[in-house]
Design a protein around this ligand. Sequence first.
Ligand code: PRX
Length: 567
Amino acid sequence: MSNIGSYEERCKDSNWSIAKRELSYKEGGRLNIGYYCSDRNCELGLGNKIALIWESFSGEVKKYTFQDLKIYSNSFAHLLKEKLGLKNGERIVIFMDKIPELYFSFLGILKMGGIVVPLFSAFGEESLLTRLQDCKASAVLTTRKLVPRIRKIKDKLPDLRHVVVMSEDEDIPVKEREMAFSFGQAPRIKSFECYPSTPETPSVLHYTSGTTGQPKGALHVHSSILSQYLTTKWVLDLRPDDIYWCTADPGWVTGTSYGIIGPWSLGITQVVLDGGFIPEKWYGLIQKHKITVWYSAPTAIRMLMKAGKEIVKKYDLSSLRHLCSVGEPLNPEAVIWSEEAYGLPFHDTWWQTETGCILISNYPGMEIKPGSMGKPFPGIKAAVLSHDFEPITKENKPGLLALRPPWPSMFRTYWNNPTGYESKFKNGWYITGDRSSIDEDGYFWFMGRDDDVINVAGHLVGPFEIESVLLEHQAVAESAAIGKPDPINMEVVKAFVALKPGFESSDELELEIMNFIRKKLSSIAMPQEIEFVDSLPKTRSGKIMRRVLRAQERGEPIGDISTLEND
Ligand code: PRX
């Protein structure tokens, strides 16, 4: 049993003022995430404690204390504010692999009052362009490896004043509007006056995909730390001596809420692995660094299951104490398998980019029902609604998963898209876009998405974004993208393509189009399959009915097609 109190006890007295008290936050005062994650830990006497154990894929290890975190994030804050003249509220993009600079610069941007826009390092030029144009980014922090992708689109970004290229050496050739930066060579700034942000000052802008239109920027504010702090403490159950590993990339919300803010607001040591998935590497990492708490995703767990139990026996994983998962439905077999293989079950947690923190979870100590997402975080009201947005009281009846706002880490708007933001609220509920049911014991069961968004290994991909790029290919006349069920990745992208006259379908063309998407968007958005068709099912008003294609693909009933044009 954990030291955090039972779920039932917590439900009686939970409120966010507990986080305020524990973080010594005084109402009306300054609240800066950058300060809380670094300087405050030093003030509490944790300056010499290891904050970050970083390991490269080749096995090189670097360790940084909270004092280092403070100084290096100060260096970045100083660079951005004093040298580059960037102001609070400007959007500053981080486009890097999971290198130490990513973590230092994230805190540095927040310290100087900027809005951090983390972008996944696998993004291609088109994915970058739509996001950078939408937020009118003033600066991009990147690396020598990734800067060529920014150079390709720089001319289309008049608001982009600075591209900072991380390098061991500041003396490398750079182009117009670029500068090289080495945190090893930069002046060590011992103290930096943090921007006096208040709870409502914007902090992080995370892009996420919806059914329609281009990705939307979910804007968070500095008070999100209150939710991230308390959920990290109570759900991930982090304790002062833990060595914590979150496998997520900060290009996605798990990697910032629980890969930066949550653990460091609690002064916890965390491990970062810069590299992809190899079972031996992952188990070796747990063994080497004696990891105690591990936060991962169902796709990774399924891949570990595929690698088998024999390999588990080659490693000493006895340091592990608590395991959690997020991003996709965690299948019951995975929970049972992890109990057999590691002696510990994975605890499923549910949340979204928009919610900023875990809202439904298998709370430590609570009986796990394998396959269920668990129960709402103490103090959070969640419900399943009918299509007229009224709570369904009948047990086990599926409906729209909805939450009663507010909580501190709730997003405050979609950047440049207030209408899209408003459309997410009905009858005082925030409509999540997921379908769920609630059982007789109050456990929530995920039933699927209520929209066309595709979930590839825990990463949301918008069909519109893929279809727009498909149309840029010279051979494509019309297209539709859907999620096709996949035993490992949950879903993969499948595209239906009608060709322009003069083009013939072929394996070569399929491959060419797949690579076209991979390069322009990312490997996640790349269709794993392309079906060439003569035409696509459309409504009479000309809207492509992905629903029909999806049902056909899954062998499910097609439903009402009375509005279909070509029936
Ligand atoms: O559909 C749900 C799925 O991922 C969506 C949120 O994706 P994103 O905003 O990228 O954030 C991912 C990490 C927080 C949800 O609407 N999802 C997330 N967690 C679960 C889940 N689906 C089923 N079970 C989960 N535990």
